[in-house]
Ligand binder design. Structure first.
Ligand SMILES: Cc1ncc(COP(=O)(O)O)c(C=O)c1O
Length: 410
């Protein structure tokens, strides 16, 4: 660790060295600097994939991927019912209709059978989510997509280098999206990246996220390389409508430094999760997310179904309080199913395009498995930079389990 920085929960290696290098250059933007490109090449190499395109978040990635997939106003995009709201917001920002597929009760990931039931003539894309770091069952989803000519976007914001039947997540769908937000395996504050083997998608997402500059390429994000052309008053710059979703060179430099340490970062999360899982092994009311055979999990967090209300008569909130009191930390509930967020129930989205949305309504009961599992989920923190701290927290959990073991079943 750099001696001038004392933040063991964040700085790991070359962050400050790289930041100083960026400060010493003229180019603080991806339009002319080299750090975005270095990050993209290193990221693509890590996945053994041809293209990586850096973005300023793991939501702008999803929006750009949907547009690049050819999603048009009124098309339908299927995403799971247990996920962050950003799958929904990216879909609506693409003027498309969010359609929700239910989840598998044990893995919490999208249920391919329900995906199949939700396919219509209007389905254009499926966003799969590797929830908490666990890949979904991708083979049947890819088969459904192939049969119906649908594009699959893997949302791996929470998942780094997990495998599914021996394949790396991120290399299975047509495109894959990652986030570098503060809590993710790799973080630069805010940021994201799309990977793909398809040069058409790579160029397309780069242009969509880069103001539609016509000289952007699948593997080139710098628009000002040829000064004589770019500075000429007769030069026409834009041939599609885009957004500015570029990552700054500072963020790219930090993300690169973090990527260099990804194996160590991953190991810490996986080890922390295993320590917590050991403590839960004989507890019949803390049931961890199931990891099927031939899957690996990168444990962005450890998701658990809490059945303590039914089995020991202790409500979710009370158990959390006891854990914190015993010295634990970082227990979160899962997000509401997206279609029951106020923005959706109050139908605020209708205003943006009444022609598309005026008849669209979502109701409780749409995805019953997700709705019943969501309130029971407890997410345990795995983001410890020191395994002894994870052990301390797991010991606190052990004390709480022991204390409640004396309680008579409800
Ligand atoms: C599964 C998933 N998708 C997308 C996002 C959005 O990423 P960002 O916060 O970088 O926009 C997140 C981050 O919270 C996420 O967890």
């Amino acid at each position: 660790m750099n001696k001038r920085l004392k933040n063991p929960s964040k700085y790991l290696g070359n962050e400050l060295t790289y930041l100083e290098k960026v400060l010493q250059t003229e180019s603080w933007s991806a339009t002319s600097g080299n750090w975005n490109q270095t990050l993209e090449k290193a990221f693509a190499k890590k996945f053994g994939i041809k293209y990586a395109v850096a973005f300023n978040s793991g939501t702008s990635t999803l929006h750009a991927a949907l547009v690049a997939a050819g999603v048009q106003p009124g098309d339908e995009v299927i995403s799971p019912a247990l996920t962050v709201f950003m799958n929904t917001s990216a879909t609506i920002h693409a003027n498309a209709i969010p359609v929700y597929a239910d989840i598998s009760r044990k893995t919490f990931t999208i249920d391919p059978a329900d995906v199949e039931r939700k396919i219509t003539q209007k389905t254009k894309a499926i966003i799969t989510v590797s929830l908490y770091g666990l890949p979904p069952n991708m083979d049947p989803i890819m088969a459904i997509a192939k049969k119906n000519n649908i594009i699959v976007i893997e949302d791996n914001a929470q998942c780094f280098l997990s495998t599914y039947n021996g394949r790396l997540t991120g290399t299975i769908g047509h495109m894959a999206s990652y986030s570098f937000e503060n809590t993710k395996h790799i973080s630069c504050g805010e940021g994201g990246i799309i990977i793909t083997d398809n040069p058409v998608y790579a160029e397309s997402v780069r242009k969509i996220g880069g103001h539609g500059f016509k000289n952007l390429k699948a593997d080139e994000g710098r628009v000002r390389l040829k000064q004589d052309i770019f500075q000429n008053p007769h030069y026409k710059r834009h041939d599609i409508l885009g957004w500015n979703y570029r990552l700054s060179e500072f963020n790219a430099a930090i993300a690169l430094a973090q990527l260099e340490k990804i194996e160590a970062l991953l190991e810490l999360r996986i080890k922390s999760a295993e320590i917590f899982k050991q403590v839960m092994a004989n507890c019949n009311y803390l049931i961890p997310q199931e990891v099927p055979d031939n899957y690996t999990h990168s444990y962005y967090t450890l998701g658990v179904v809490y059945e303590g209300e039914a089995r020991i008569g202790v409500p979710w909130e009370e158990f959390r309080k006891e854990y914190i009191k015993a010295g634990g930390d970082g227990v979160y509930g899962a997000w509401s199913v997206p279609y029951l967020e106020p923005v959706m129930t109050q139908r605020q989205f209708v205003e943006r395009c009444p022609a598309i949305y005026k008849t669209l309504r979502y109701r409780e009961g749409l995805c019953p498995v997700a709705e019943s599992v969501q309130p029971k989920i407890m997410q345990f923190k795995t983001n410890y930079r020191d395994i002894s701290l994870a052990k301390k927290k797991a010991a606190a959990l052990h004390r709480v389990i022991k204390k409640f073991s004396k309680k008579k079943p409800a």
